[in-house]
Design a protein around this ligand. Structure first.
Ligand code: NDP
Length: 252
């Protein structure tokens, strides 16, 4: 039975929870073979099991995307085992808001290392495969998970927002650069989504702000964002959603 993404190979980073996990399931249900990356091998194994039970094809590679050599080795496995990726959902990220004057330099570094350097490691490792696939088959996708924080001002989100502004602007540049080679580049900018992202926040003020928003806003689910990833990947090859902002209806 042919499905919209049959024959495609999708690599998803940050696939052990939240948006990445839901998107991997969505892409698999649309027919893609998905290769799921994150550090927690057990969570990835459960995800692969679930996808296979539902008739999909999946494999896991446990990797820390902040380590360039490890991401490169993962890309080599994808090339050797599946002929290379034609979709990369570059999604692993961490959000640690805090007032700048607290000088939480360890958390600044964590966000920059993952949201920027980790993202670039995956782009470095998989872009050759995307370009090759697009030349051979007429389409490939680089989908970067950014955030509404790339556009709006949220209290004490400066460092996180800076990393996501990087992701959105980088995506616009890469779209211009790679579009001629039939690689579509998209930035997905979600508003607040209920995932494990909030569980890593340590700043009391930020935690209260997040908790408070729950009282007035019905947060998005990871599946809501995954649905959009599915739309991006299944559009005709000539159509590229450059930037998709997906917000909870009640979030200002
Ligand atoms: P989760 O915390 O649920 O998911 C983050 C994922 O990243 C996990 O799978 C985690 O897996 C993985 N990850 C973390 N560190 C590393 C690492 N060093 N190497 C490889 N993988 C890593 O959060 P979300 O699903 O919400 O986040 C996904 C993306 O969506 C992020 O880029 C986030 O910034 C963005 N986003 C989220 C929003 C929200 O409100 N939730 C809103 C807007 C954007 P593991 O720990 O197993 O490595």
């Amino acid at each position: 039975l042919s499905r919209p993404l049959t024959g495609r190979v999708a690599v998803v980073t940050g696939a052990s929870s939240g948006i990445g996990e839901a998107s991997a399931e969505k892409l698999a249900s649309l027919g893609a073979r998905v290769v799921v990356l994150a550090r927690r091998a057990e969570r990835l194994a459960e995800l692969v099991g679930r996808i296979e039970e539902n008739g999909g094809a999946a494999s896991a590679i446990a990797v820390d995307v902040t380590e360039a050599a490890a991401v490169q080795a993962a890309a080599e496995r994808v090339e050797a085992e599946f002929g290379g990726a034609d979709l990369l959902l570059n999604n692993a990220g961490v959000m640690l808001p805090a007032p700048i004057e607290e000088l939480a330099t360890g958390q600044w570094k964590q966000q920059i290392d993952l949201n920027i350097t980790g993202l670039m490691n995956a782009i470095g490792a998989f872009t050759p495969q995307l370009v090759k696939a697009a030349a051979e088959r007429g389409v490939a996708d680089l989908i970067n998970t950014s955030s509404i924080a790339a556009q709006n001002i949220f209290p004490n989100f400066a460092v996180y927002s800076g990393t996501k502004a990087y992701v959105s602007h980088l995506s616009r540049h890469l779209r211009a650069e790679l579009g001629a080679k039939k690689v579509r580049v998209s930035a997905v900018e979600p508003g607040i989504v209920g995932t494990e992202l909030q569980s890593h926040v340590t700043d009391q003020g930020a935690l209260e702000w997040l908790e408070g928003s729950k009282e007035t806003v019905e947060w998005l689910t990871p599946e809501d964002v995954a649905e959009m990833v599915g739309v991006i990947a299944t559009l005709p090859a000539r159509v590229n959603l450059q930037q998709v902002t997906i917000m909870p209806t009640g979030q200002a």
